[in-house]
Write a protein that binds this ligand. Structure first.
Ligand code: AMP
Length: 284
């Protein structure tokens, strides 16, 4: 990496396994970067980290229907395969896995991964289908590819901790590598869903990170957790967010709520801006 030629694309699991077996038989460790496409700078940072960790990188692109509820944006989710493949060619990835939905989920698919622990609360309180859908597809992708390393972003922090726990609990033989959140110049975390924001919403969206940073600084300085979270909620509403799904101080590993700001704590939030839902988090 980086390269110029278009990476080979495989659509079926047996082709994926054959290619990964080939990498392994050449004594190359393999990193998998699971994505839903609409690639942006955050995804590219994961791909760069994968390339630093392993000589072979596989990127999967699959918009996973089971992590969307019927009322969510599955149909409208941004998709641009041609542009994604151009970016992956420039990044020099070794293989792209683009399964069809019907191949991932047979019509009589009957099994899913149930998550508790770090997967309970927060996103699960608002979107009960979401983390089970993510865990199920990530479990499948890891078993399909059997990478040495799988790379995830801290941007989706509860997802990251849920995947780490699943891999440990189910003895999946891949190491999980986390990459810090990549942000736009004004602090807004890069996200495929930022495309939904209107020009007037865009500066409001950046205030989420600013308000989280202020709250984190006050908590670190000894501020009362309930008081500071309340203050941050008021600031978010005053900034123009239509609703605050949650803002919470949690243990960075278990995601259990904390009543004091201690080493390893994480501040996580989900807000709504028009019809767009934004999430962000930071370490204290
Ligand atoms: P997605 O395509 O949104 O499902 O994301 C695929 C992977 O990219 C996940 O591991 C995300 O956490 C990660 N990711 C998304 N946005 C960012 C970002 N701004 N910074 C770092 N990683 C990100």
């Amino acid at each position: 990496m980086p390269g110029n030629g278009s990476p080979p694309i495989v659509k079926g699991v047996s082709d994926l396994r054959r290619a990964v077996d080939g990498f392994h038989s050449d004594e190359h460790r393999v990193a998998l970067v699971p994505t839903m496409g609409a690639l942006h700078a955050g995804h590219m940072a994961l791909i760069e980290a994968a390339g630093e960790a392993c000589p072979r990188t596989v990127v999967s692109i699959f918009v996973n229907p089971t992590q969307f509820s019927p009322s969510e944006d599955f149909a409208a989710y941004p998709r641009d395969d041609a542009e994604d493949l151009r970016k992956l060619a420039v990044a020099g990835v070794d293989l792209v896995f683009m399964p069809a939905a019907g191949d991932m989920y047979a019509a009589d698919f009957a099994t899913s991964v149930n998550v508790t622990g770090p997967g309970a609360g927060l996103e699960s309180a608002m979107r009960p289908h979401f983390l089970a859908g993510v865990a199920t597809v990530v479990c499948k992708l890891l078993l399909q590819c059997l990478p040495d390393i799988a790379v995830f972003g801290e941007k989706d922090y509860q997802q990251l901790q849920t995947v780490r726990r699943m891999v440990r609990d189910l003895d999946i033989p891949s190491e999980i590598l986390a990459v810090p959140t990549v942000r736009e110049a004004d602090g807004l975390a890069c996200s495929s869903r930022n495309d939904y924001l209107t020009p007037s919403q865009r500066p409001v969206a950046a205030r989420l990170y600013e308000i989280l940073c202020q709250a984190a600084a006050r908590l670190k300085a000894g501020g009362d957790v309930i008081g500071e979270i309340e203050r941050a909620m008021i600031s978010l509403r005053e900034a123009g967010f239509g609703g605050v799904d949650y803002i919470a101080l949690c243990d960075g590993e278990t995601l259990e709520p904390l009543s004091d700001a201690r080493e390893g704590a994480r501040l996580l939030a989900a807000v709504r801006l028009g019809s767009t839902r934004l999430i962000d988090n930071l370490a204290l």
